[in-house]
Ligand binder design. Structure first.
Ligand code: G4P
Length: 531
């Protein structure tokens, strides 16, 4: 095996996703504790933007500084190099999460056993299914009185449109939670609640042994035997290939805050999760083992210090070896760029690195050359597929309050939307700027940042629009005709693609029916595919 092959085989790049409050931060922290990357509980917590906050910008500003450092967390475990890509908890930043999901090779989905599948879980899983991303499910908070585990599994299958396969099984839940039975290892892990220390009692127990009755009590032992029989009867045997192709999701039960079930999860993750594999571009599939470097930008972070306009672009290495100081081709701009201080996110310190391998995330200082989705290569003209823009849900027109500062406003809006904070559409006549987001919070963030970072003042005028759909048509004349007829209901995105701005689902449906030759796309993904 070549060194590069070994480096690739070592890497596991994934994200933990959940509906807010299910326990993503807690689980991340416990994984880092197991991996030795942090020493005390509470280190990650401080990074959280309080989910209840609606407009505490100073808080956000403060958090931004910390979250650059914790956007990617790297640690070693069982001689693997594990990269956890952090995703924001607040729902208004969901789009950030969607984009991060394009840069991972697998995900762990955290479900609260009391609440089951929640709204954001469904949306996040939709994004995973678009790329058949392998998913492991962790059902958390088993120390709380939750739903029946069989019902939970049914709910997962129905709402997430996905097949599941339990690999551990709980004995009770809530106050009488006794632990989990590992269905593959055939051993019982007894629950001991401990929030700070890692403490677990593992006992090898045959299901039909008397010992089991003694340890968990006759009634619970009988229930467990019955449950396991049912599981073996209902669910097919776990098959790793089905997991890797996104067809089946293995399920674990535990309690993150109590350090329970986390080690089994991590061990299983190390055994079954994929290392970096081939990725699709607009021209061909790129294998990680290819000699030449390629990678793409999936996230851009503004500098915490508003006096410095530079930003940090997060590059996911997809093939070859990224080298410090070497010139690479920026395919969108068709120009060569180099980086003298690329850094990695090992432990908590930022560290300048000389090279990065497929699966790695490299931080690049950017002075405005990058947009989310940009691809770097050694010359080949290709573009990584799948950094979608989703149709925003809230639309407001941006009004400049200080005509003397229109240049600053223009630049600020361009840069902030390049960062992916929101989407910008231009509507004629009058070059009106319409900003679309998935949450109210973004408008406040943009207004605040325009003022503090660019010295420009603005206000927002709410619009009736509820949906933006990119429109295409095989016949360019018909498309032009549709655009002409719809007038101010048409905007243009930053790449000049026409977008239909609909006031309601009903209006969208009517336009679809009346114009069968026009295609309406709810994500911009069609762009890369069609190139
Ligand atoms: P998130 O990142 O998905 O939003 O969730 P987070 O980890 O912040 O967890 C949300 C709340 O759930 C936290 O409580 C956390 O302590 C609690 N929690 C996480 N895992 C478990 C578990 O296994 N059992 C129980 N009972 N609770 C769990 P909080 O009150 O919001 O914060 P804190 O005051 O505990 O820090």
């Amino acid at each position: 095996m070549s060194t590069v092959e070994q480096e690739i085989a070592k890497r596991r790049t994934f994200a933990i996703i959940s509906h807010p409050d299910a326990g993503k931060t807690t689980l991340t922290e416990k994984l880092l504790l197991f991996g030795g990357a942090i020493q005390t509980a509470g280190a990650v917590k401080s990074n959280k933007i309080k989910k209840t906050a609606t407009s505490d910008f100073m808080e956000i500003e403060k958090q931004r500084g910390i979250s650059v450092a914790t956007s990617v967390m790297t640690f070693e475990y069982n001689s693997l190099l594990i990269n956890i890509l952090d995703t924001p908890g607040h729902k208004d930043f969901a789009e950030d999460t969607y984009r991060t999901l394009t840069a991972v090779d697998s995900v762990i989905l955290v479900i609260d056993c009391v609440k089951g599948v929640e709204e954001q879980t469904e949306r996040l899983m939709e994004v995973c299914r678009m790329r058949d991303t392998p998913v492991i499910i962790f059902i958390n908070k088993m120390d709380r009185e939750g739903q029946n585990p069989f019902d939970l599994l049914d709910e997962l299958e129905q709402k997430l449109n996905l097949k599941v396969r339990p690999l551990t099984w709980p004995v009770n839940g809530g106050a009488t939670f006794k632990g989990v039975y590992h269905l593959l290892e055939k051993q019982m892990y007894f629950f001991k609640g401990n929030k700070t220390k890692i403490e677990e009692e593992v006992v090898l127990l045959e299901l039909d042994s008397d010992e089991l009755d003694k340890k968990v009590g006759e009634r619970d032992a009988a229930q467990l035997r019955e449950d396991v029989e049912l599981i073996e009867g209902v669910y097919e045997e776990f098959n790793r290939e089905d997991y890797l192709s996104g067809k089946i999701a293995p399920v674990f039960f535990g309690s993150a805050v109590n350090n329970f079930g986390v080690r089994e999860l991590l061990e299983a993750f190390c055994q079954i999760s994929p290392f970096p594999i081939a990725r699709q571009t607009n021209v061909r599939l790129v294998e990680p083992l290819e000699k030449k470097f390629t990678g793409f930008i999936f996230k851009i972070h503004a500098n915490i210090d508003p006096r410095h306009r530079d930003r940090i672009a997060f590059l996911r290495v997809c093939s070859g070896v990224f080298e410090r100081g070497k010139f690479y081709h920026h395919t969108r701009l068709d120009k060569d760029v180099r980086f003298s201080n690329p850094y990695s996110f090992m432990a908590s310190a930022k560290e300048v690195i000389d090279e990065g391998f497929p699966g790695d995330v490299v931080g690049l200082y950017d002075t405005g050359t990058f947009k989310i989705g940009d691809t770097l290569t050694e010359g080949e003209n290709l573009q990584y597929a799948g950094i979608p823009s989703f149709s925003p849900e809230i639309f407001k027109e941006l009004i400049n309050l200080d005509p003397m500062k229109s240049k600053q406003l223009e630049k600020g809006v361009q840069q902030l939307t390049d960062e992916g904070v929101a989407q910008l559409f231009t509507v004629q006549p009058g070059n009106r700027k319409v900003v679309g987001t998935v949450g109210e919070l973004q408008f406040e963030v943009i207004q605040y940042r325009l003022e503090h970072e660019y010295g420009a003042k603005c206000r927002w005028v709410p619009m009736n629009t509820t949906r933006a759909c990119w429109i295409t048509c095989e016949d360019p004349k018909k498309l032009q005709e549709f655009i002409r007829l719809k007038g101010t209901q048409i905007g243009y995105d930053k790449d000049d693609n026409p977008v239909f701005l609909a006031d309601s689902e009903w209006m969208l449906r009517m336009n679809r029916t009346n114009n069968p030759e026009i295609q309406f796309h709810t994500t911009s993904e069609f762009k890369v595919m069609a190139d």
